[in-house]
Ligand binder design. Structure first.
Ligand code: J9Q
Length: 260
């Protein structure tokens, strides 16, 4: 799978991609990522990429020709078809399901928009417009990195241990269970904080059941909306029923201390 990122801040993208799991996958050749400086596709002496909006108003708009030039170059390098993503607040919300869909495409292009906007004619060559959430950002660089990271993790060989991908909390549709590492006991001021005994027991069937219960408790407490589409095995369904019953009992006796 190939990734091409078009940006006015190539150093920002390159720095971020050099770190960690993605950086190592690029070094190994498991991922093929090219970063394109939008200014390299300008035709004027000052390498101008933006201009004032027609009709007036504040801010600057990304000019169309450099973006078309970058897309022509990428198509000549990589071939067709290209999946061209524009990161923008007007896009479809990015989710793990979107990442799953996108990791099946051959060639992904990420166009980093600017806060003020992109000349609308660019949308003629955009196949997907994606938002990572409802907040104001200065540009599409961070959203492009978020999308690239989430999609690249699904490419075989990028994540060393593929159990990390298949057991990942969102691929199971639930929040993750609590994690602990050594030491088994830490003292914080006057508190002795112990790792739950079950995790030290060596009883793997019990550990599995405890983790399912904890993941379900967290999901029920913090993201009950996820339960509607989570695909639960028989054991998880049974644990969930028990949790919901004790939660109802707690509400009746006034011993429930959650948010609702
Ligand atoms: C380009 N706020 O925000 C959320 N997802 C994408 C964006 C975004 C933004 C400004 C410019 C993308």
């Amino acid at each position: 799978m190939t990734f091409d990122v078009v940006t006015i801040f190539p150093a920002m993208i390159e720095q971020a991609l050099a770190a960690g799991i993605i950086g190592r996958a690029i070094e190994r050749g498991t991922l093929d990522v090219k970063v394109h400086d939008l200014r390299d596709f300008t035709a004027d002496r000052h390498r101008v990429v933006d201009d004032v909006p027609y009709g007036g108003g504040p801010g600057m708009v990304l000019k169309p020709e450099p973006l078309f030039g970058a897309l022509d170059r990428i198509e000549a390098d990589r071939g067709r078809p290209l999946t061209v993503i524009l990161t923008s607040p007007q896009g479809v919300r990015f989710t793990q399901a979107e990442a799953e869909r996108l990791h099946r495409v051959e060639r992904l292009v990420l166009l980093c928009g600017r806060y003020e906007g992109v000349d609308d004619r660019v949308r003629a060559r955009v196949t997907e417009e994606i938002s990572i959430g409802d907040y104001v950002l200065s540009g599409g660089e961070l959203p492009a990195l978020v999308i690239l990271d989430a999609v690249a993790r699904l490419v075989p060989g990028v994540v060393g241990d593929d159990r990390s991908v298949s057991e990942d909390s969102f691929s199971r549709g639930l929040l993750d269970f609590p994690h602990y590492t050594r030491p088994a006991e830490v003292t914080v001021r006057t508190d002795v904080l112990r790792v739950p005994d079950v995790l030290l027991s060596g009883n793997h069937a019990e550990i599995r059941r405890w983790r399912k219960r904890e993941a379900l408790m967290r999901t029920l407490d913090r993201r009950p909306d996820l339960l509607a589409s989570a695909d639960l095995d028989e054991e998880e369904q049974e644990i969930l029923r028990t949790l919901q019953e004790s939660r109802m009992a707690g509400l009746e006796k006034g011993t429930h201390h959650g948010r609702d």
